[in-house]
Ligand binder design. Structure first.
Ligand SMILES: Cc1ncc(COP(=O)(O)O)c(C=O)c1O
Length: 384
C-alpha cells in the first residue's frame, strides 16, 4: 500500500495517508505564495519590514487584541513573554505534564522551575484541581496549554489565577482561532503565545512565533527585547536579543491568514468524521468534544486513546498511514529535567495516557477516501 515516489530518489516512500500534507496546500496556493515571497525579495525589506507589521495588525484584528509582537518561534514567544512579565530564578511555573517540551523550556530557560500538573483524561488539558495541590509560596505563573486545538475553560483558569495571584501566559501554539465562549485562545491571559511552525493550523515556511497582549507596556518591552533591546537604531533600552519574525515568513502568513477559519472548519469536519466512524469500536476511545462546536475547537491534532497503541501504530504505518504520538514522554520524565527529581507515578493520568494516545492524520485537504482508509484500518486492527 506504500507507493514509491515518482521522479524522486527511488527509495523515497510516499505515504498513502501522510500525517500532514504541506505540499498539497502549497500547490493549491502556489502562485500567490510564490508571488508574496518574490515581492519581499524584490523589496529587500527582509527584517521587520511592512509584511511583519501587516501580519501583526492582521493577526491582532483576527484575535481581537490591541497588540501583537512577531518573534522567531513559539518557544521564543513563551520565553520572551514570561521574561518580560518578570518570571525568573526562584519562581515556579505551573504547566501541564502532557505538552510539547517547549512549554516547560520557556520557564526553565529563564532560571525558573517548571512545575508539571496532571491532566484531565477527557480534555487532555491541565487539571486545575491537581494544579491547586502543586501551589507553593514560589508559584508565580500558570501556562495553560490549549493542546491539540482545544481551548481551556478560561473562566476557570482566570478565576484560579486571580485567586492565587498568578500571571497567566497562554500557550496557544496549537490553537490558532480556537475559542472559549466566543473569545479566542491567547487573548485571556497576560500574554498569549503562538507558533507558526509549518505544520501548525497557521504555519509559515520556516520558524515563526508571536505574542498577543492587551498590555501596551508589555508589547513595547517585547518589541525591544526581540530586537537587541532597541526600538530605535543604537538606542538600546534593555539587554535584548535577536528574535524577530522575518519578513518572508510574515509574507507567507499574510497569504494564509484569510484561510485560517476555513481550514479550521475543514479540520473540525475531519474530526467529526473520524469520531462518527470510529465511535463504538472496542479498544478505542474518541476525544470528547461537542460535535456542533465548529467555531470553537480547531483540531490541530485528532488524538484517540487506544489499547495496544504501539501495535496499532505499527499496523497503520505498515499500511502507509502516518500516525503520531503527542507526547510519548510526559514533561516530568524527560531526561532534560532530571535535575528536578520529578517522581515517576506523581502524574498518573499523564503517564497512563502517554502509553495510550495516538494522533491520526489530520489536515484541511485530507480526502474522504483517506479518512475512510484510516478508519477501516483501525476497525480491522481491533477486529470489528
Ligand atoms: C504546545 C506547544 N508549545 C510550544 C511550541 C513551540 O513552538 P516552536 O516550535 O515554534 O518553537 C509548540 C510547537 O512546536 C507547541 O506545540
Amino acid at each position: 500500500m506504500v507507493r514509491r515516489g515518482k521522479r524522486q530518489n527511488p527509495v523515497t516512500i510516499v505515504a498513502v495517508v501522510p500525517f500532514v500534507d504541506l505540499k498539497k496546500q502549497y500547490i493549491l496556493h502556489r502562485k500567490v505564495l510564490d508571488g508574496a515571497i518574490q515581492a519581499v525579495c524584490e523589496s529587500t525589506e527582509f527584517i521587520l519590514g511592512p509584511e511583519v507589521s501587516r501580519f501583526e495588525q492582521g493577526f491582532a484584528a483576527y484575535l481581537g487584541v490591541p497588540e501583537t509582537v512577531g518573534v522567531a518561534s513559539g518557544t521564543d514567544a513563551l520565553r520572551l513573554a514570561a521574561g518580560a512579565l518578570g518570571i525568573g530564578p526562584g519562581d515556579e511555573v505551573l504547566l501541564p505534564a502532557n505538552t510539547f517540551i517547549a512549554t516547560a523550556l520557556a520557564a526553565y530557560s529563564l532560571g525558573a522551575s517548571p512545575v508539571p500538573v496532571d491532566i484531565d483524561p477527557a480534555t487532555y488539558l491541565m487539571d486545575l484541581s491537581d494544579a491547586k495541590k502543586r501551589l507553593t509560596s514560589k508559584t508565580r505563573a500558570i501556562i495553560p496549554v490549549h493542546l491539540y486545538g482545544r481551548c481551556h475553560d478560561m473562566d476557570a483558569v482566570m478565576h484560579f489565577a486571580k485567586e492565587h495571584g498568578l500571571l497567566v501566559i497562554e500557550d496557544a501554539c496549537q490553537a490558532h482561532g480556537a475559542m472559549w465562549r466566543g473569545k479566542r485562545a491567547g487573548t485571556f491571559g497576560d500574554a498569549g503565545c503562538f507558533s507558526f511552525y509549518p505544520s501548525k493550523n497557521l504555519g509559515g515556511f520556516g520558524d515563526g512565533g508571536l505574542v498577543a497582549t492587551a498590555d501596551p507596556n508589555l508589547a513595547h518591552k517585547l518589541k525591544a527585547l526581540r530586537n537587541y533591546g532597541a526600538l530605535k537604531k543604537n538606542c538600546h533600552e534593555s539587554p535584548g536579543e535577536n528574535s524577530r519574525l522575518d519578513s518572508i515568513q510574515a509574507a507567507v502568513l499574510n497569504v494564509k491568514l484569510p484561510f485560517l477559519d476555513e481550514w479550521n472548519r475543514a479540520r473540525f469536519r475531519v474530526a467529526r468524521r473520524y469520531a462518527e466512524r470510529l465511535e463504538g469500536i472496542g479498544g478505542v476511545r474518541m476525544p470528547v468534544f461537542d460535535h456542533n462546536d465548529e467555531a470553537g475547537h480547531v483540531f490541530h491534532l485528532f488524538v484517540i486513546q487506544c489499547e495496544k497503541r504501539d501495535e496499532l501504530l505499527a499496523c497503520l504505518n505498515g499500511k502507509g498511514i502516518q500516525a503520531g504520538i503527542h507526547y510519548p514522554v510526559p514533561i516530568h520524565l524527560h531526561q532534560a529535567f532530571a535535575a528536578f527529581d520529578f517522581s515517576r507515578g506523581a502524574y498518573p493520568v499523564a503517564e497512563k495516557l502517554s502509553t495510550e494516545i495516538l494522533s491520526l492524520p489530520i489536515f484541511p485537504e485530507i480526502t474522504d477516501d483517506q479518512i475512510e482508509y484510516v478508519a477501516a484500518a483501525v476497525e480491522e486492527f481491533y477486529g470489528n
